[in-house]
Write a protein that binds this ligand. Sequence first.
Ligand code: ADP
Ligand code: ADP
Ligand code: ZN
Length: 227
Amino acid sequence: MTTDVMTRPAVLILLGPPGAGKGTQARMLEESFGLVQLSTGDLLRAAVAAGTEAGKAAKSVMESGGLVSDEIVIAILRDRLAEPDCAKGVILDGFPRTAVQAEALDALLSETGQKINAAISLEVDDDAMVTRVAGRYTCAGCGEGYHDTFKQPQKAGTCDKCGSTEMKRRADDNAETVASRLAAYHEQTAPLITYYGDKGVLQKIDAMGQIDEVANGLAAIVKTAAP
Ligand code: ADP
Ligand code: ADP
Ligand code: ZN
């Protein structure tokens, strides 16, 4: 292995439909590998909350379960990738979601001589996704994700990580929106599985198992792809 490869920050992509566990797993990888999670969903929700121009344009699209324009999402991701902490290596959670975004990412990475170490597809059944999304909630203090059935905090209503008792649910986590989001995934994002397969960086993982089982499988992939 050359020095260049060893010092180049890792770039990992998590692909998967809404509720596949991308956010949950990205946070765990952040803790165990010191990587930085970049969630375009989180960045867009922050832009909506801050009332920026991008946030104003994104709000109604997100509420309807469609995809925000490539232009807006690519600009947000480009700015975030340029921040110094990304030198630790990044896990892209929810980006790219279209072919245009995938090509823009390739162009951005080539500017800095970086490469994608692995694009990992979290493979799940659509039926399970509705249950996962409907039961999802998040700590308002630290962003830790929970689920009504599958991941409850040790003490009901209190975050295990930060002790906050304020939990929040996403406005778009309802049955109608999930159907649109799943359709958008199949139409626009699933083709990226072939895109990354052709580049030789695709890895698939069964994400129907328990959170810890999926995490163990992912850790093994990351150790090999981004040593
Ligand atoms: P995504 O970021 O892909 O939309 P999340 O990581 O937010 O998905 O997970 C969606 C919901 O499902 C959350 O409530 C999370 O706690 C729960 N969850 C995540 N992974 C699993 C799993 N392997 N089994 C059961 N529930 C899970
Ligand atoms: P999930 O994976 O659980 O559906 P995210 O938090 O990743 O949710 O995304 C929430 C919403 O934000 C999406 O339904 C979409 O409207 C918008 N969004 C997030 N990332 C992108 C992206 N890369 N391209 C276009 N829209 C995006
Ligand atoms: Zn918390």
